[in-house]
Write a protein that binds this ligand. Sequence first.
Ligand code: UDX
Length: 461
Amino acid sequence: MPDAALGAVHAACMADIGHDVLGVDVDIEKITALTEGRTPFYEPGLDDVLTRALASGRLRFTTSLREAAAHGEVHFICVGTPQQPGSQAADLRYVDAVVDGLAPHLPASCLVVGKSTVPVGTTARLTSRIADLVRAGVRAEVAWNPEFLREGFAVEDTLHPDRLVVGATSREADETLRRVYAPMLAAGVPYISTDPNTAELVKVAANSFLATKISFINAMAEVCDAAGADVATLADALGHDSRIGRRFLNAGVGFGGGCLPKDIRAFTARAQELGVGAAVAFLDQVDAINQRQRARTVALARQMAGGDLTGRRVTVLGATFKPNSDDVRDSPALAVAAALHREGADVSVHDPEGTANARLAHPELRCSSDLLAACQGAELVLHLTEWSQYRELDPVKLARVVRVPMLIDGRNGLAHTEWQAAGWTVKALGRPTLPDGTDTHHPHEPLRATITHPATEPDRA
Ligand code: UDX
């Protein structure tokens, strides 16, 4: 999540379940916004919890770690762990900065709980770092409690997590965290109590598994393209096997964001340090398959433009790495848009929430939150982030706005038969187009009577 997001969501949700919370950030603008009840990023549902928590008097914000040290019995570290520039490894400078800023001011023994995604061994490293910095007589124990929330569902995932994982070295620390999460435990949320190394690993293993699942189906999309098969039907058929499950099997332009890509790389780097690089070498393939989907999307666009994109008017629908977020970090949609621009296309990007961040990341791209204006005169439209408003588009009306009705569905989320009926040429990775123009699969209405689709979970996100 954006750096302040995980912390803001956690702070607001902890206050919401009854704790007295002080949120800390070094960015005064973010702290001012949060104090006034404004969220400095887009996260559905956070406004309401924040307003409620501020009104209760149980939530305040500060930029002072000294004040935080005096306030808390439990200190949660929720800062970002981005990829180090020029390396695969995680950059732990923000985590270290919190510990270094907090430890000397701690007035009494307390618990420091990491929520950030970190390389295995971080709790042990921070434990000795803290011990060197605290005042005589103060004991600060470090525990790890990884956060599994998804952007777009951050509040829901925090208040109703699938599970809580706590890695602590003492029974007291474990009991303290059981008290912190008492309402969730009372609601039956599974609580996994383990050692810090295992807790740290659970998070990177979970994200590696999810990334692998997405790259697996994208690898199948490549095979489907070569064999003339349909990856969406394949995914449905696989997904009916309850051992596999349909979620995270949506083929398309691949995964992005501030978590999955950097987490698999950091995991690889850490495994190499531990001398077990070979055990996770497959993650390099997961990464490579994911990057190739972006390149394959650009190649498909070039092919549809007749081999040369120079001067062609192209519209990209979506800038964020997933819907219901304004986060454009490592966004597949923006990476494809930038590549099309580099090939000489005249690119216009639309996004409902992400245009400000997209402009900062790619000033060379024209970004707009006006959908029809962005599509005006387009010779090719690419659907690259599955915002719900794109599913609701009327292909008949849109055909009148564009110059050439050609569509790449890079998320396999649009009703291809409807678009084709409205005169569009539709292509998607891993999907054959039949000679009569109909596709073999419809994502929302099963075309084949014998296929019952599983309940749609909000993980198309
Ligand atoms: C992820 C993990 O899901 C979450 O548990 C962890 O705490 C943080 O990292 P997030 O980055 O918010 O969450 O996004 P997620 O919903 O996992 O999607 C990641 C990327 O995968 C997106 O770009 C999404 O479009 C893509 N994706 C997802 C697919 O390409 N296909 C799918 O089937 C599912």
